[in-house]
Ligand binder design. Structure first.
Ligand code: HXC
Length: 286
């Protein structure tokens, strides 16, 4: 058994009468999560930076039969997020589930990335996640709702050319745990998902560029890349009453990749050991 349609496996009414807000919902894993939520009855607002992408996504999502709204908002802009979320609550009357998934990434060695490049990823991923949670708080308190963050394996397994992403995602996991701790008293649940190598995503395309996809497939105990729908299935469960006693959890959806470590792939991505024979890192380490 691999994947199945979420609404075949779970009640298509699971989230009916509820409303969700998904950042970065115009594409990739976040769009797959939006499909998952809509397929079990949630009304949706998706936000992102690109109007045309949001419109195309909204067309697809409307096929599930629920209400779909879009908002052009950069998660780095707290004010724009607040306006978007307020609009969603005005239209839907409530907000039950938030997916803080918007992210930015590029490969850059720590020794050459500019401070602004590092800050840009921290701003999009970590500050953007905080901005989302902060703007949604009051509404989630009213609904005793849930917020789900998108983390990454780089948060706990260092990976070549991803120091900025690892720092941002580790911050997200820490933020998630703190919010679970602080906001539990309001009935708000906070969790994060750690997607592994997911087929067809922008992140996977970038990760596979230096090595090819088969290196990744070989490293995964389940022997294949994941599907965005498999991440979405877990996101739906965590956002639903099925997970009513789950908070503060970092849920890994990676086919077991994290168990084997990423050292070999990371070394292949980083390239050969550099330096003159006299200062070879291998010599220096002895
Ligand atoms: C080095 C780079 C760079 C690169 C940008 N910068 N790209 N540095 N290598 N390839 C630097 C710039 O030089 C600049 O610093 C700073 O970053 C800001 O760049 P801008 O282009 O002005 O930023 P912005 O327009 O806000 O774009 C943000 C972005 C961009 C992250 C750089 O790639 C983006 O919008 N990405 C969104 C889509 C995306 O990344 N999807 C993948 C998500 S996958 P200076 O010093 O020159 O001013 C994901 C999962 C992670 O996140 C885990 C699995 C891989």
């Amino acid at each position: 058994m691999t994947t199945g349609r979420i609404d075949d496996l779970l009640s298509p009414e699971l989230l009916s009468g509820t409303a969700a807000f998904v950042t970065g919902g115009g594409s990739g894993i976040n769009l797959a999560i939006a499909h998952g939520l809509a397929s079990v009855g949630a009304d949706l607002m998706i936000c992102g930076r690109t109007r045309s992408r949001l419109d195309a996504a909204a067309d697809e999502l409307s096929a599930h039969g629920g209400r779909v709204l879009t908002a052009v908002a950069d998660v780095r802009d707290a004010e724009a997020l607040t306006v978007a979320i307020t609009t969603a609550v005005e239209r839907f009357g409530r907000l039950d589930s938030v997916i803080a998934g918007a992210a930015g990434n590029f490969f850059a060695p720590a020794e050459t990335i500019s401070p602004n490049g590092f800050r840009t990823v921290i701003d999009i991923d970590l500050l953007g996640s905080f901005n989302t949670a902060r703007a949604a708080f009051e509404h989630l308190r009213n609904s005793r709702g849930s917020i789900l963050f998108l983390s990454a394996g780089q948060a706990y397994l260092p990976f070549a050319n991803q120091s900025h992403v690892g720092a941002a995602k580790a911050g997200i996991d820490n933020l998630m745990a703190n919010l679970a701790f602080e906001w539990g008293r309001f009935g708000i649940r906070a969790n994060s998902i750690v997607p592994g190598p997911i087929r067809g995503t922008e992140g996977m395309r970038r990760l596979a560029q230096p090595t090819g996809e088969e290196v990744w497939t070989d490293a995964v105990p389940l022997g294949r890349l994941g599907e965005a729908a498999e991440v979405a299935a877990m996101a739906v469960v965590l956002s639903s009453p099925l997970a009513s006693y789950v908070t503060g959890a970092r849920v890994v959806v990676d086919g077991g990749l994290g168990l084997s470590g990423l050292g070999a792939i990371s070394r292949a991505v980083a390239g050969p050991v550099s330096g003159t024979p006299g200062d070879d890192r291998r010599t220096a380490a002895r």
